[in-house]
Design a protein around this ligand. Structure first.
Ligand SMILES: C[S@@+](CC[C@H](N)C(=O)[O-])C[C@H]1O[C@@H](n2cnc3c(N)ncnc32)[C@H](O)[C@@H]1O
Length: 271
């Protein structure tokens, strides 16, 4: 199955948008959208940590690769004056991203349907690139990083909030939100990722292992999802379908059993 099908096949965007319009006639807040537009382990809290990193860098032209339903893009638009462009291979995510931005009354951003391994931008177009749980779907990491180096300014920043392979990859349970089976998951070990970054012109600046906080966050989400109290709120089930229940269970097991880890890395491009 192609990766865009994995993300599109169970997406109920029409019903989701109608529900949001009815429930939030003045427009939803970014927190109200978080269950369906922050599709990474750690949710909106993890995106806030990424924004703290952006505050230090103060970029002017940001590219988010694998922008999904656009939660991070809207947080950036809401917080700073930087231009933010999104690219995602799943066209229906891009349409949903635009529609959600309209509902929030935030300014529209450029969102392109395309493949991170062949970026449709001129060289030196950006001073910052962000991946948030999207490198994990990309088969040719080196090709993708070569493209990032090309479209980034020299000394530009690369920020990664990604799932990496843990010490016990044999304990991996599928499906997970980013893959229904192993063929869709392209997670690397920390050593593999830092090697491929260095080989493709990126110098590692900072690296933080967020696995413990990520596990606690998913456990809190699971207890909210199972409490049954949340019936009016939007839900990741409207993106991933019923198998999200098993995906959520598997994310907890994979973190608990050391099959995966969650990291945030920042790097500098050295052309
Ligand atoms: C797990 S989702 C994360 C979405 C978003 N970054 C977030 O955190 O909410 C991974 C995203 O990467 C996108 N993606 C996967 N492979 C891609 C590729 N080769 N080029 C561009 N986007 C890709 C998917 O369509 C999906 O939107």
């Amino acid at each position: 199955m192609d990766i865009d099908q994995h993300y599109s096949d169970h997406m109920e965007e029409t019903g989701l948008l109608a529900q949001l319009r009815q429930r939030y006639p003045e427009g939803p807040t970014l927190y109200q959208l978080a269950p369906i537009d922050q599709l990474h382990i750690g949710g909106i809290k993890a995106s806030e940590k990424l924004l703290q990193q952006l505050d230090l860098i103060q970029p002017k032209r940001i590219l988010e690769i694998g922008s999904g339903a656009g939660g991070l893009m809207r947080m950036i638009s809401n917080r700073c004056s930087a231009e933010i462009v999104g690219i995602d291979i799943t066209h229906r995510f891009n349409a949903l991203n635009s529609a959600l931005t309209q509902l929030t009354h935030l300014p529209a951003s450029l969102i392109i349907t395309g493949d991170a391994q062949q970026l449709p931008f001129a060289s030196n177009s950006f001073d910052c690139i962000i991946f948030q749980h999207s490198l994990l779907n990309i088969p040719h990491t080196d090709r993708c990083l070569q493209e990032c180096l090309r479209v980034l300014d020299n000394e530009g920043s690369l920020l990664l909030h990604e799932v990496l392979e843990g010490a016990n990859p044999e304990r991996m349970h599928y499906p997970v939100p980013w893959a229904r089976s192993a063929t869709q998951s392209h997670i690397l070990t920390f050593a593999q990722l830092t090697d491929v970054l260095q080989q493709n012109g990126f110098e590692l600046n900072t690296a933080e292992n967020w696995s413990e906080a990520a596990l606690q966050w998913r456990q809190r989400q699971a207890s909210k999802e199972h409490s049954g109290k949340n019936t009016v709120s939007v839900s990741p089930l409207q993106i991933f379908g019923d198998s999200f229940r098993q995906m959520g269970v598997n994310v907890i097991a994979n973190l608990n059993e050391g099959a995966v880890e969650v990291w945030q890395l920042s790097c500098i491009a050295k052309a």
